[in-house]
Design a protein around this ligand. Structure first.
Ligand code: ADP
Ligand code: UDP
Length: 240
């Protein structure tokens, strides 16, 4: 069923599906990269954790009527998705100031952002994914004004759903990155992954960082932290 390799990225390999041109297999790797690939390492079990966490999150979004590319988890490290043409935008939603926002605009870390802030980055490794505005996005990512509005509305809706989910798991959703893709009929849906690699998650009680910042800042055991996220999500999603 899994066909030839279509693309190898920093965190996943993307495979064709032999009997279906409209589907892909995403295979999660153990590699971790930060600062646009300048910091690199590999952690046994990370691919499994991100695949299982992303699968749980997308299943939950699907139950909440958020359309996406996700079909099903195939095994511990791989998932089956609908093939899309990815829109080259990283749509970042922020509920609390952290990361590049604090550095770029000298906003104190932990400052609450209400309403949430949406930022667009151009997904282009050669340029280190620069921050862009709506006009740049329309030019570079081939989206219309209306589509961009729809993407932002959807991103805020996803934020509300995810904030609720993670809060039940004792986690504050600080910020996260989304990618959207197009089907052949031009419909735009949520794609890629939602995991501790792409979200900042802080323990509600202790404020402890429970995401890729553990790796970025070398402040703990990434596998232990990701395992805790998976366990907490599974507890919450199973008791519903
Ligand atoms: P990167 O390309 O940034 O290194 P990854 O290692 O996560 O990222 O590679 C996975 C690639 O698969 C990304 O480029 C992502 O945009 C792409 N992708 C995710 N979901 C889909 C999909 N449904 N259809 C097509 N491409 C997808
Ligand atoms: N993010 C991501 N991929 C990227 C850049 C950012 O998943 O290529 C996520 C990151 O994990 C965080 C949010 O988007 O949850 C905002 O990231 P930020 O702009 O603060 O950049 P960082 O400081 O993490 O490089």
């Amino acid at each position: 069923m899994k066909g030839s390799l279509l693309y190898e990225g920093k965190a996943k390999k993307v495979y064709h599906v032999t009997d279906n041109d409209n589907q892909l297999v995403l295979s999660y790797k153990n590699d971790a990269t930060a600062f646009n690939g300048k910091k690199k390492d590999s952690f046994e079990g990370k691919g499994r954790l991100n695949n299982l966490i992303t699968s749980r999150v997308f299943e939950y979004l699907n139950q909440q009527h958020i359309p996406s590319h996700f079909i099903e988890a195939l095994n511990e490290t791989e998932q089956l998705v609908q093939k899309t043409t990815i829109i080259p935008l990283e749509v970042v939603v922020r509920n609390v100031a952290a990361g590049s926002l604090t550095r770029r605009l000298a906003i104190q870390e932990k400052t609450k952002l209400q309403p949430p802030i949406i930022e667009l980055f151009y997904k282009k490794d050669e340029l280190d994914d620069p921050l862009i505005n709506d006009d740049h996005a329309k030019l570079l990512a081939g989206v219309t004004e209306h589509e961009l509005d729809q993407i932002k509305i959807e991103a805020l809706k996803i934020n509300e759903v995810l904030k609720g989910l993670f809060l039940q798991a004792g986690l504050t959703l600080v910020d996260f990155k989304l990618e959207f893709g197009r089907f052949d009929d031009n419909t735009i849906v949520l794609a890629d992954e939602i995991s501790p690699d792409t979200c900042r998650l802080w323990d509600v009680e202790t404020g402890e960082k429970m995401d890729k910042d553990v790796f970025r800042e070398s402040i703990g055991n990434l596998i232990e932290v990701y395992e805790t996220i998976l366990q907490r999500l599974e507890e919450k999603l199973c008791t519903k």
